[in-house]
Design a protein. Structure first.
Length: 458
């Protein structure tokens, strides 16, 4: 369990946003300040402004609070969850443990199938990081087909999950009936599960999205339990061909409206972003979201910068994730090697998180500020160990020490080589750092100066 300082949960049952507006620095804000190397007042001001959220449900007893926003380090979410064909609460808790071990800042339980309440309870009780859900998934399990959903059932599920301690929920309230014709000529149509379910409901009933129509009721529940709303991107592009199209941006405009409604109701809000976007459109997408949504934290899936690499989409998406993080995305939703192919297991969770921790770290370096300085210190520590041929210190400073050590030891396993001034790639003769480290810099400076004087004389 991570160090939690002297943190004790806020007894006041107002939301973090309401307390921030009332100029109260809560224990949760103070804990975030400690973790982000900010002051409590700086965190309070960001929460009041809506540029930072602290997902912290009143009922999540094990939570170690964290912040998502422009003045915080770039965060990484890991998705876990059972499916109708693979269901085990113990298995999902194992994935949670792996996710926390490898640096997930939040975890979303996207379980479908059986035993959903039991699985979620086990995850929340075990988790020190915020837990997110998509309530419409559980609502669908209670009916025969999507057309049978109704707002009463959706609100009931949201209420149950809020009382369990879910810290943030994806609510696809931005998908409007009028947006659906804009998807007609897309290559991949609607790829969001929640967005697709609501689109089918709207087409069948020839009616508006019930979550949009009854958004005030959703806000009432979330305000009572301080559940942060993650406004879902139900019309996100699922292919490069569909990127930055009219449907995506029509929904974004509605999400901007809903952000303001969340703030007016004292509910914290962040905004989910596009899935497949080419490199040249990434900065524009972040800038547009920040403008339309008044700098509410942006939470992106990937984005994937090409469609051609099933089995390696943790790489295609980490490329995009680093760039959008640099330009202002506050949280990255990881992608595993199983994306588009199947339900990830614990090893896939690790692979996805490693790729995204690299992306988030690279983004922090580029963004600067307190997070950038911390990231730069980490890089320097490893580089100094590398140049000193202190192999053990280099392993210890690595993101994944065990893997770094194992790769080195495949060819040079003896402890003698832990102080050797070379690795198996270059060997002792060709290693450039070995050949350069014993330079007499004073003598070299004299030689260079003498040569320069000689050139000037001629």
């Amino acid at each position: 369990m991570p160090h939690r300082s002297a943190y004790e949960p806020t007894a006041d049952r107002r939301t973090q946003r309401r307390l921030a507006l009332d100029r109260v620095v809560t224990p949760e804000m103070q804990r975030v300040a400690e973790r982000e190397h900010l002051t409590g007042e700086q965190v309070r001001a960001e929460v009041a402004r809506g540029r930072m959220v602290i997902p912290a449900n009143h009922h999540h007893a094990a939570l170690d609070p964290m912040g998502i926003g422009l003045r915080a380090g770039v965060k990484v979410n890991a998705n876990i969850g059972s499916s109708p064909t693979t269901s085990s609460p113990a298995g999902e808790v194992e994935k949670l443990t792996v996710a926390e071990k490898w640096g997930a800042d939040t975890v979303m339980d996207l379980s479908t199938g059986k035993d959903l309440d039991e699985t979620r309870t086990a995850i929340i009780e075990a988790s020190t990081v915020p837990i997110g859900t998509v309530p419409i998934y559980q609502a669908l399990e209670q009916v025969k087909q999507p057309e049978d959903l109704d707002i009463g059932r959706l609100l009931e599920v949201i209420e149950v999950q809020a009382r369990q301690g879910v810290d943030y929920m994806t609510i696809h309230a931005g998908v409007r009936l009028e947006h659906l014709p804009l998807c007609q000529h897309r290559v991949t149509g609607i790829v969001s599960r929640g967005g697709g379910l609501l689109a089918r409901w709207m087409v069948h009933h020839k009616a508006e999205n019930p979550l949009y129509e009854h958004f005030d009721a959703v806000l009432d529940i979330c305000r009572e339990h301080d559940v942060t709303i993650s406004l879902g991107d139900g019309l996100r592009p699922g292919s490069i061909a569909d990127a930055s199209d009219a449907a995506q941006f029509a929904e974004l405009d509605t999400l901007g409206e809903l952000v303001q409604r969340c703030w007016d109701a004292d509910v914290q809000a962040m905004v989910e972003g596009p899935g497949h976007i080419p490199l040249d459109q990434l900065e524009m997408n972040v800038r547009r979201q920040q403008q339309v949504c008044q700098e509410a934290p942006f939470y992106t899936l990937g984005p994937l910068v090409t469609d051609i690499a099933p089995g390696y989409d943790h790489i295609t998406s980490a490329i995009g994730a680093a760039i959008v993080g640099w330009h202002g995305t506050s949280m990255l939703c990881y992608v595993t090697p199983k994306e588009h192919l199947g339900l990830p297991d614990a090893e896939d969770v690790k692979e996805g998180l490693i790729a995204y921790r690299i992306a988030a770290h690279a983004a922090d370096l580029a963004r600067g500020g307190a997070s950038g300085r911390r990231a730069a210190r980490w890089d320097r520590k490893l580089s100094e160990a590398r140049f000193a041929f202190d192999w053990n210190a280099q392993f210890d400073a690595a993101l994944d020490p065990a893997t770094a050590r194992a790769m080195h030891d495949e060819t040079l396993p003896n402890d003698h080589f832990k102080s050797a001034e070379f690795c198996s790639m270059c060997g002792p003769k060709y290693c450039p750092m070995h050949n350069f480290r014993d330079v007499d810099w004073t003598q070299l400076a004299d030689v260079v100066a003498e040569r320069k004087r000689g050139r000037q004389a001629t």
